[in-house]
Design a protein around this ligand. Sequence first.
Ligand code: M6R
Length: 364
Amino acid sequence: EKGNYRHFMQKEIFEQPTVVAQTLRSYLRPIEQQVALPQLDFDISKINRVTIVACGTSYYAGMVAKYWFEQFARTPVDIDYASEFRYRAPVLEPGGLALFISQSGETADTLAALRHCKAEGQTIAVLVNVPTSSMAREADLLLPTHAGPEIGVASTKAFSCQLAVLAALAAHFAVRKGRMTHDEEAEVVKHLMEAPAALNAALAHDDEMAAMAPLIAPARDVLYIGRGPDFPLALEGALKLKEISYIHAEGYAAGEMKHGPIALIDEAVPVIVLAPSGPLFEKTVSNMQEVRARGGKIVLISDREGLDEAGEGCMAKIEMPRVHPLIAPLVYAVPVQLLAYHVAVSKGTDVDQPRNLAKSVTVE
Ligand code: M6R
């Protein structure tokens, strides 16, 4: 039931602090400052390559995870859309872990890719929100998210819960491979535990997002840019906006702008810049300045420090809490979800049941 909310999507956005905390409870041991995974009947330290396969928003969660697996565990990661993966001739070497990410656990292409990997002898890990789903039944390692039923066609809380589990998984994997010390693991646990409060702080900016929506609603095209683990968030933001507001939107790695997309920039194209303070902040901001110099209207999403440093001349500034870069992708999911939501509401579209879309794509 929707309770006091106008749409399921809105309710699900606001549930994120609770469901992320709920999900983290089964993957973290805060007292021991350790990451905990379900009992494994294979030796995870022997895994030498990870292949991630998913669709849509779940694919973007996988893209973020690639940064974490590489950074923490120094393990090579391939990632592909399930619809592409299943018709390629992917090279799957022995000792590989194939990781399938799906809210529903029923997406036809992802399930077919899973079966292919199984037949090829890969160890199958499944990150799903529906623990009774087809994918869950075929897993060697089942990693459930505890987001509760997600009704809105646009995925929101499942995504942040996927990210929470993926961060824990990447850290656990790194520990078992001897790539992460206990102190580093304790740091990861600490930062993940900070996520629910940071999500709450991000949600507190809902009114500002609602006030900004009318500035975006008339646009024909919207661009989103980000770097590093926040680049997939730019893709996710664009997907959310397309799905429910029917505005054409694209996400780009900020550094790619000058390789083509900057040609699109004029006063009619809002550019949403995802730039948390951290090692990539200055780089993203310099791409943002290039956009601004060409008349682009900037919405800068950053923390207080970032907005103070780079906010001048932006059409809008949205303040996020200052967070560790590890949890920035979870926290920055909130403003992109809220922006899409409020733009769709202001356009009067059917937020929970957008045209042409199904919640679960069980046919090819
Ligand atoms: O259930 P799944 O996670 O496998 O679904 C994958 C996509 O169909 C899904 O994420 C879709 O892109 C959403 N509508 C995005 O909001």
